[in-house]
Structures are given as structure tokens and as C-alpha cells.
Design a protein around this ligand. Structure first.
Ligand code: FE2
Length: 362
């Protein structure tokens, strides 16, 4: 496609750096139903770092932890808490992608490198984006193994809940930095600004935020970028920036094609979600018209609905999955709609503000 000036095949994986990757992997296996399919650690010759690969359909999550003092990520985990360190892309040509990104103004994180084992070799490089997040650039066309060299195959199945692929990853950046990163994604990665929300779209009585949704040339990678906007009280973005220690990944949205099933399973396994008042569902038929789902069931599960020109979507947000009020997940089911749930923002942010008030951070 001639308009795609930086071809990206897909989000290859999302890597979290944590203090205890074994426990993180266990959590995501037993709640979100991921299978543990790969491992790299002392037993496979990795002396400094442990990595667990978790998969469900097209979603790959990697949980990594330093194995000893002095690991370069240790101070960052101390600073941010558990955090998303890498949103990795699969690309056709790592060397071209890295060189092009650097020429267009990106800061390098890892120069193109061959990673090898008996299954072949993988080419990998990485560039820095906002905060301490990087985008790895990966090509495994010369690799016969499952994921990456030096990983051992694991067979610890989860009980999957219908999560299909990463729909979008949201970054929170500092006040005044949204447009900087919007331009960065345009200039460096050839992304387009799909939608913009200003503080009139996303505000409650107390707080507001601004957001722009960036999408890759082929539309497969979508990154909303948020910044706080001035309000009477501290917004959820300010809260994130304070507790995270700067810009970072706020949430990862995972696509399902049966949100009632997915959310029922997550609730049964104890995952807490943001709640909306029952009055939200009284107004729902007027707002979104006819939908396939029983509103009673949606109300019991706390699932939100929004409609755009192309169809509708159903979505729900977990509470933060870490002690710090930082990273959380969205479960999203698209029935034609390609948007992000603008009609739910107000109800949602009022819900977040109730949680903030409980934390004393509003
Ligand atoms: Fe989202």
C-alpha cells in the first residue's frame, strides 16, 4: 500500500517488566486464561533475566523479570512498579525499519541484532517511544521455533475466555506532550490521527482529559494517546502520571467476539471491574437503539455499549491490576463500530472518580 510509509504486520507481543514474573504469569493464566507456552531462564541458559510467554489466540504477552542486581530494568521497575516496557511490532525488514525510524527522528534502544539458536535466527531492533516504553521491531522469517531463540516450549494451558487479539494500547503522557507524541507517531511510524477528543468530549464536573487515536498505515495497530486537561480536581491521567512516575502504558484493550462469556468468566475468577450506576442502563435503549444482547445481562455484568456510524461496540474496564493505580485492561467486542466508546466516557470517568475518591487521589 503506497500510503503506508512504515509497514507493520501486527503487534507481535506486549512485554511487561515485573519483579516476580512467575507469579505474574500464574495470575494471567488463572484469571485471563492465557496458556504459558514459552520460558527462558536459568535452565535455558539465561543468566540475568527470566521471561514467560503467554498466549491466547493472537495475543502474546511476555512477563519478564531481572534475575540479579544490576539488571538495567531493575531501577525502572522500582520507579514505575510493574509496567509495560515493550509494545513489539512484527515487520518485514528490521534493518530498514530501524534505519528509517532513526532517520525520521526516533531514538534507538537496540540496534539490529541476530538472536539465534538451533531453530534458526530472529532479527530484532528497538526504538524508544514515550516514557520508558520501547517498540521492538522483530522479524522471524528465518526462525522455525515458536517465539524467540533460547525460549523453551512450555505446555501449561490456561482455560481460555475468548480473547482474540490486541485491539489497542493506550499511552498516558504528560500535560502538553500529547501533540508531541502524535507528531512522533506520524513522522516516525507513518501513523494517522483517526480521532481526536478534547476536554469537551471527555470531562465530568471535576476532571477532564484529551485524547488522540493514532493508527498504523494498515490500520491494524491503534494507539490512543491521552494527556490530562485542567479540571477542578486531579484527573485519572494525573493520578497515573504521579503514581507511575511519568508517561507510560495505561491500558491494553483485548478483543473478544463474545463479551458476555468473557466477562462472566473473568468475574467468576475474581477480576474486579469498574462499575456504572444502574441508571446507565435505563438510558441505554434510547442512546444505542436495538442491540443483540439482553440489557439485563449487560447490566448484571456491568458491560457498556456505544454506537457509531458503522455499528456498535461493547466494552468494560478492569480496575488496576497492580497495587499502584496504573495499568488496567479493557475487554472490547466490536459489532461494526471502529470507534472507542466516546458515549461511555462520562459514565466511565465518573466511575473512575469514585475509585479515585476512595484512594484519596481525586
Ligand atoms: Fe481503550
Amino acid at each position: 500500500m503506497s500510503t503506508d510509509s512504515f509497514p507493520i504486520r501486527r503487534v507481535d507481543h506486549v512485554r511487561h517488566f515485573v519483579n516476580n514474573a512467575r507469579q505474574a504469569a500464574f495470575f494471567y493464566q488463572h484469571t485471563f486464561g492465557f496458556s504459558i507456552t514459552g520460558y527462558r531462564g536459568l535452565e535455558t541458559g539465561s543468566r540475568d533475566q527470566v521471561d514467560y510467554l503467554l498466549e491466547q489466540n493472537n495475543i502474546r504477552l511476555v512477563f519478564s523479570a531481572p534475575m540479579r542486581p544490576g539488571h538495567p530494568m531493575a531501577p525502572l521497575i522500582s520507579e514505575h512498579g510493574d509496567f509495560v516496557q515493550d509494545i513489539a511490532f512484527e515487520v518485514d525488514d528490521v534493518d530498514w525499519a530501524y534505519k528509517t525510524a532513526i532517520e525520521r527522528g526516533a531514538e534507538g534502544f537496540m540496534e539490529p541484532t541476530w538472536l539465534e539458536d538451533s531453530n534458526g535466527r530472529v532479527r530484532q531492533a528497538a526504538i524508544r517511544t514515550y516514557g520508558n516504553v520501547v517498540h521492538s521491531l522483530i522479524n522471524r522469517d528465518e526462525f522455525k521455533g515458536e517465539f524467540m531463540p533460547q525460549f523453551r516450549e512450555e505446555n501449561e494451558p490456561g482455560d481460555p475466555i475468548g480473547l482474540i487479539e490486541v485491539d489497542h494500547c493506550v499511552g498516558n503522557v504528560e500535560l502538553g506532550k500529547m501533540n508531541y507524541w502524535v507528531k512522533w507517531y506520524e513522522d516516525v511510524l507513518g501513523f494517522k490521527n483517526l480521532i481526536s477528543f478534547d476536554d469537551n468530549d471527555i470531562s465530568t464536573e471535576y476532571t477532564s482529559l484529551m485524547s488522540k487515536v493514532m493508527a498504523s498505515g494498515n490500520g491494524r495497530v491503534k494507539f490512543p494517546i491521552n494527556e490530562p486537561a485542567p479540571g477542578k480536581k486531579k484527573s485519572q491521567i494525573d493520578e497515573f502520571l504521579e503514581f507511575f512516575g511519568g508517561a507510560g502504558v495505561q491500558h491494553v484493550a483485548m478483543l473478544t467476539d463474545d463479551i458476555i462469556h468473557t466477562v462472566s468468566r473473568l468475574r467468576a475468577r475474581g477480576i474486579p471491574f469498574l462499575s456504572v450506576p444502574k441508571t446507565y442502563y435505563d438510558m441505554l435503549p434510547d442512546r444505542v437503539g436495538t442491540i443483540d444482547e439482553d440489557i439485563e445481562v449487560l447490566s448484571d455484568l456491568g458491560i457498556l455499549v456505544d454506537r457509531d456510524d458503522e455499528g456498535y461496540l461493547l466494552q468494560i474496564f478492569t480496575k488496576p491490576v497492580t497495587d499502584r493505580p496504573t495499568i488496567f485492561y479493557e475487554i472490547i467486542h466490536r459489532k461494526g463500530a471502529k470507534s472507542f466508546g466516546k458515549g461511555n466516557f462520562k459514565a466511565l470517568f465518573e466511575s473512575i472518580e469514585r475509585e479515585q475518591a476512595l484512594r484519596g487521589t481525586l
